[in-house]
Each structure stands twice: as C-alpha cells, then as structure tokens.
Design a protein around this ligand. Structure first.
Ligand SMILES: C[S@@+](CC[C@H](N)C(=O)[O-])C[C@H]1O[C@@H](n2cnc3c(N)ncnc32)[C@H](O)[C@@H]1O
Length: 242
C-alpha cells in the first residue's frame, strides 16, 4: 500500500470520519474495555494512527496515564488530539519510523495495523519501544473484511488471518487477549456504501478515479450480487504483553 495515498484519503475524510466510522468506534470502545480488564494505569502511553481521536477519547475517559504520546501520518491529526490532551507529544509520520525517546508502558492502535505489510517487522519495532512487561494493544482487519468489494472489483489489502496474526505476535509477546469480530453494515444504495467508504477514508485501495460508467457498473453488480447492500467488516482485537 502506498502511504502517500492512505494519507491523502484520510486527510480528506477527517471532517466526516467520526459520524461514519461506526465499526471503528465499536472497536475503540471494545479495545479499551478489554484493556481495562488487564490494566488501567500506565506511565507512558503511545497511540499509533490516532486520526481524529476516536480511541484517544476512550483512553482519556477510562485509563490513567502520566505522559501521552500520539502519532499519525496526517499532520492535522495533531490538532484533533491536542483538543483532547493538550499536553500530548505528537509524532507526525509513518508509525513504523517514529523514534520516541522514552520507552512506553502501553502502545495502542485502532484500525491501522492492516496497512502494515510486514507485521513481523512491526512486532519487532514495537517490542523495542516498550518497557519490560509493556503492553501492545491493537485492532486490525482480516481477509473477509470488505469481501463484497473484493468480489466485485478484485481490490483488497493483503490482510493476515487471525491465526497468522497470533503466530506473528506470539513470537515476541504473550497474547493476553485475542478475539475475532464480524460486523455487517447495511445501506440503502450502493452509492451510499461508496460514500461511507469515502467518508471513513478507506477508499485508498487504488489511486485511479472511477468514471461515471464504472460507478454505474459497480452499483448494478452490487445490487445483483448483494441485494441487501451489505458490507462486511471483519477483523480482530489483540492485547499482548512483552
Ligand atoms: C481508520 S483510521 C483510525 C483512526 C483512529 N485510530 C480511530 O480509532 O478512529 C486510520 C488512521 O491511521 C493513519 N495511518 C495510516 N497509515 C499510517 C501509518 N503508516 N503511520 C501512521 N498513521 C497511519 C491514518 O492517517 C488514519 O488517521
């Protein structure tokens, strides 16, 4: 995946994101509630890919921390996070390349790891950013995510399965909690579904714009194959300890 394209699509979606990101919101709440069953007080917390602060708000409401570090590849994310935690330290850039000076007690991320093609490498990067017994908590998506879109367009991320993710992360971490999820959202029309994808910034599978004819073909095919205009979100929640 091209990080520049991901950045561009998310940048455009920030104003509409929170109103439309129902699954991401559910995941942020679930991730924090499962984290609280394990631990609720941390010294240094780093949130990766914080976007408009959906997960940040959940963390502020529920978790006790001393220092908050936030990251996103989109620069204007800093303003959103600062509105929630004015004193936070913001690292703008690719979450795999940031270099925090302090070691973290918690590294947490909602709906971003699916863009990391080399998760073995990511697992090593974050293990080195954590203190001993530090926690890495994240949600991500799996091969059935947006399966309807893949069936019609052939476009999809190279998602890892739940088992592959458990294998990757159990090499460096003890998995304290892991769960798969599937959520199906229904729309009135395929055009509404396309707008949902644009408004949540997840339309970055290709840089090519569609012609009116291509949009019509997509809509006709969607109605034919999926008459209830459903869109599947599928993925996982994982909480790991070093
Ligand atoms: C689906 S949004 C999730 C935002 C937020 N975590 C939430 O809970 O709503 C994904 C976010 O990850 C950011 N992102 C994508 N790839 C990234 C990368 N390589 N490094 C840092 N941020 C990235 C995007 O800019 C976007 O803000």
């Amino acid at each position: 995946m091209n990080p520049k394209l991901i950045k561009k699509q998310f940048e455009k979606s920030y104003v509409t994101y929170e109103q439309n990101a129902v699954v991401q919101k559910y995941l942020a709440q679930k991730l924090v509630s499962e984290l609280l069953n394990i631990k609720s007080e941390f010294e240094n917390v780093l949130e990766l890919g914080c976007g408009t602060g959906l997960l940040t708000k959940e963390l502020v409401k529920n978790v006790i921390f001393k220092n908050f570090f936030a990251n996103d590849i989109v620069a204007k994310s800093e303003k959103y996070v600062r509105d929630i935690i004015p004193e936070c330290k913001f690292y703008c850039g690719d979450a795999r390349k940031i270099k925090p000076l302090q070691k973290m007690d918690l590294i947490i991320s909602n709906a971003m790891f699916q863009w990391f093609e080399n998760l073995e490498k990511a697992s090593e990067i974050y293990l080195n950013m954590l203190k001993k017994e530090g926690i890495l908590a994240f949600t991500s998506f799996s091969p059935d995510n947006f399966k309807e879109i893949r069936e019609i367009t052939g476009l999809s991320l190279k998602y890892k399965t739940f088992d592959e993710m458990e294998n990757i992360f159990s090499k460096n971490f003890e998995i304290l909690y892991s769960e798969q999820f599937e959520k199906i959202i229904k729309f009135n029309t395929p055009l509404e579904l396309l707008a949902h994808m644009k408004n949540t910034g997840v339309n970055s599978l290709t840089s090519k714009s569609w012609t009116i004819k291509e949009v019509k073909e997509f809509c006709d095919l969607y109605k034919e194959k999926f008459p209830h205009i459903e869109l599947t979100y599928a993925g996982m929640i994982m909480i790991c300890k070093l």
